[in-house]
Design a protein. Structure first.
Length: 331
């Protein structure tokens, strides 16, 4: 084990200044990802700056009706907040279906956005992995790739993005707020998560010292009729094989508004824009849901072990849409 120093900060400016000034420093939030990364030598921080005392843990409604979730809000507190449960059940459900109760009590929303892939080769120091060691190759391409992605892949990396709540936030067009020594930046969530391309080690646009301060979800009435459907090998404490975050509004049995994003099948939280376009104006029937789902997956690229995900993702989308359609329009 390499030695790591630890300090605790109480205000945002000090946190940013401390990490920015030291190339070996990193933020420590709940530690549920960070400590693992240090243990398995996937990251090499020499100094941890604990941000658990920062006053960025509130969940509040903004004057324009948007919901602002502080980066240090715990997954469980967000999942159980009445505001979230009423206005965005998809967020609450995505959180409750992730990790375990103990982890959710500790893990923060900011840390969740920056969790690392569960690809076993990434977590195995003996394996070749372009994400951990750029240019070293990708053992998953020819290895055990049952859990890997079929959308957004490249010849350099096929790892899935593991977050559940990031999928829900992607369906809702959330914005990630970031602070650094130069000021404030706001990233639409779809721009925040990067495709692997030739640089799978670069997963987001943040630079060293950038601090996520909040995640903002726009005021979307359709969010009230939303859900998160997660399909996995076992019913709890497991990552998704395929998941769908969905919000739906019908008018006279026709799709008037729809938001759809996928997890477990793509290299980033995947906004299913093709399916959304195919659904608008169509009758809310199993046939049109299946057609749209097939359209979304038409560019999917499977490996020998994960071909089943193409079908599974379609079934997951259809079931999510059917479930919401059966509830009627409650927005
Ligand atoms: C066994 C297990 C099962 C899990 N299952 C699921 C699951 O099913 N679904 C799911 O979505 N997740 C799951 N997770 C992942 C879990 O949700 C994340 O580990 C957690 O959300 C990370 O938050 P944290 O506060 O602990 O972050 P940390 O571990 O403290 O930090 C993670 C990374 O983010 C950086 N960081 C933290 N906060 C900030 C900030 N505000 N600004 C800038 N950088 C920051 C840190 O430097 C670090 O690099 C699981 C984790 C484990 C260990
Ligand atoms: S899929 Fe990505 S994370 Fe996994 S071994 Fe290949 S390069 Fe590494």
């Amino acid at each position: 084990m390499r030695p790591v120093s630890y300090s605790r900060v109480r205000d945002v400016a000090t946190a940013i200044a401390t990490v920015t000034a030291d190339a070996g420093a990193a933020y420590l939030a709940g530690g549920t990802t960070k400590v693992d990364m240090l243990r398995i030598y996937a990251e090499a921080s020499q100094r941890l700056v604990d941000i658990n005392d920062l006053p960025i843990d509130h969940i509040e409604v903004q004057p324009d009706g948007a919901l602002r979730i502080g980066a240090m809000a715990r997954m469980n507190d967000v999942a159980m907040a009445p505001l979230v449960m009423e206005r965005f059940p998809v967020i609450s459900e995505a959180l409750v279906l992730g990790a375990s109760a103990q982890l959710r009590n500790m893990a923060s929303m900011g840390g969740n956005m920056l969790q690392r892939t569960r690809c076993t080769y990434f977590r195995d120091a003996e394996a070749s992995c372009n994400k951990r060691e750029p240019g070293s190759g990708c053992d998953a391409l020819t290895g055990v790739n049952r859990g890997h992605a079929v959308l957004g892949t490249s010849k350099h990396c096929i790892a899935t993005h593991p977050s559940d709540v990031a999928v829900a936030l992607t369906a809702l067009d959330a914005v990630i707020h970031v602070q650094n020594t130069g000021g404030h930046h706001a990233y639409p969530i779809d721009d925040f998560f990067l495709l692997p391309g030739g640089t799978p080690q670069r997963e987001h646009p943040l630079n060293h010292g950038d601090l996520i301060t909040a995640i903002e979800v726009p005021a979307l009435p359709v969010g009230r009729n939303s859900l998160y459907l997660k399909v996995r090998d076992r019913e709890s404490y497991e990552f998704a094989l395929a998941s769908a975050a969905c919000a739906l509004r019908l008018e006279n049995g026709v799709v008037a508004e729809v938001r759809l994003a996928l997890g477990g099948v793509a290299t980033k939280p995947w906004r299913a824009r093709r399916a959304e376009r195919a659904l608008l104006g169509q009758p809310a029937t199993r046939e049109s849901f299946a057609r749209a789902a097939a359209e979304e997956m038409s560019d999917a690229v499977a490996r020998p072990m994960n071909e089943f995900k193409i079908e599974l993702a379609q079934r997951t989308m259809v079931r999510a849409l059917e479930t919401l359609a059966a509830r009627g329009d409650v927005s």
